[in-house]
Ligand binder design. Structure first.
Ligand code: PLP
Length: 427
């Protein structure tokens, strides 16, 4: 029970702390459910990249979609991160959090003309184009604005990332990027269109990869393509390798080898004369966050025990959506040798999918007890919703012995402010 995936969370005198702050104090001040992030965890995750890539010139653009809280973004920006964004909303968040436009990359298969115009006007570093129609659209927008668009073309390398089907993005049947075989055509078109400066190439093969072999395969294929394109006169000077490095969710999962990842990059694309960009999301934020929840009821059914907690699938959808596994620990440290009883840990939402864990061996838990879902900093709050008219989950950032609510829980009145009653229904 004392083995946590990152520095940042640990028991002090039998009470789980985030750095120097007792989670009980956060629950008392902010209520539950609440995400709690540590600066120490974010910094450690950043350092893992910095150490592995020491001596290699890479730009790290944090993929905001993993956790788009402004304070989290700013913490990473302060450490040196740029931003990888997939919507104009994320671009504006990156800018609001202090990431300079010159360190922002815009990815995504379905950018609207309004989004492309906003990106050009902001002067971002690079737009990663994913289709021929997007090339045409961007050219038209660039000409209209009189701003040349620095672009990379995202290539689908047709490599299986060997991860969950919903987050595997680099097979030819996936919706992302331009087919390997059509890359030459795409660059020819980009070079012929006004307003486009094709200077980069991009891939992103998927998320939650624990092995580096699929990366090596994809980057190797890409390197061959870069050589061909360069030989045919495409002035490539940038290579964007996407994100995707996974994190161990279970203590028995081995963490990916960052040094092997860095070597795979050096050995495949290191001699192309291109500046390398990485777009990690999950691996920078997952372990730095937990979801704090309070047990409402302990219900002993005919066949099993249910721990019914005040967090639900609207707050953390990963188990329902990706069959994801999160470690669940009590905030009050269980006695050594406490008996374990299998329980299903469920939320109050009215569907069976609202189950965080099935038949999980748990120490004794009583109503009112606080529990923590670990490794919840990525794709947790960022994917939260208000399903069942539950308020959007709150978020707290800890630094040393200080903590701050970095997204407050909306009041019921707040939640109604976007709605209106049509005239014909008004009294
Ligand atoms: C989602 C995504 C990322 C980040 O992926 P992680 O698995 O969170 O590292 C990076 N680049 C692109 C284009 C993405 O869509």
């Amino acid at each position: 029970m004392t083995c946590f995936p990152v520095p940042g969370f640990h028991y002090v005198q039998g009470r789980l702390h985030a750095e120097g702050v007792a989670l009980e104090a956060i629950a008392a001040a902010v209520g539950t459910p609440t995400y709690v992030y540590t600066t120490e965890g974010l910094t450690a995750a950043w350092r893992a990249y910095a150490d592995a890539f020491a001596g290699q010139d890479v730009d790290i653009c944090y993929a905001l979609k993993a956790n788009s809280n402004l304070a989290v973004i700013r913490t990473l920006a302060t450490l040196g991160a740029g931003g990888d964004v997939v919507s104009v909303g994320e671009m504006r968040r990156a800018l609001a959090a202090g990431i300079p436009a010159g360190k922002i990359v815009f990815s995504g298969v379905g950018k609207t003309k309004a989004e492309l115009a906003a990106a050009l006007t902001a002067g971002i570093h690079q737009i990663n184009v994913e289709s021929l129609p997007e090339l045409d659209a961007l050219s038209a927008v660039a000409v209209e604005l009189g701003i040349d668009a620095p672009i990379a073309i995202r290539i689908n390398p047709d490599v299986d990332a060997e991860t969950h089907g919903k987050i595997n993005t680099g097979r030819k049947e996936d919706k992302f990027g331009i087919d390997f075989a059509h890359a030459g055509e795409a660059y020819a078109r980009a070079l012929s269109l006004p307003g486009l400066k094709p200077l980069g190439i991009a891939v992103h093969i998927g998320s939650q990869l624990l092995k580096t072999t699929p990366f090596r395969r994809a980057f190797g294929k890409l390197a061959g393509l870069v050589r061909e394109l360069k030989a045919s006169g495409v002035p490539l000077s940038r290579i964007d390798l996407g994100g995707g490095l996974g994190v161990p969710y279970k203590s028995e999962d081995a963490a990916p080898d960052y040094h092997a990842y860095a070597r795979a990059i050096a050995e495949t694309v290191g001699d192309l004369g291109c500046r390398v960009t990485l777009e990690p999301g999950r691996s920078l934020v997952a372990a730095a966050g937990l979801l704090l929840t309070r047990t409402i009821f302990v219900k002993d059914g005919l066949h099993r025990r249910f721990l019914i907690v005040d967090a639900a699938m609207n707050d953390l959808v990963r188990p329902a959506m990706y069959e994801a596994w999160h470690s669940v620990v009590p905030v009050a440290e269980p006695a050594a040798g406490a008996p374990l009883t299998e329980a299903d840990i469920v939320g109050p939402v009215c569907e069976t999918g609202d189950t965080f864990a099935r038949l999980r061996p748990m120490p004794p838990v009583a109503p009112g007890d606080l529990l923590a879902f670990l490794t919840a900093g990525a794709y947790g709050a960022a994917m939260s919703s208000t399903y069942n008219s539950r308020p959007l989950v709150a978020e707290v950032l800890v630094s040393g012995d200080r903590f701050e609510t970095v997204r407050r829980r909306p009041s019921f009145e707040d939640s109604l402010t976007l709605e209106a009653m049509p005239d014909w229904l008004s009294p």
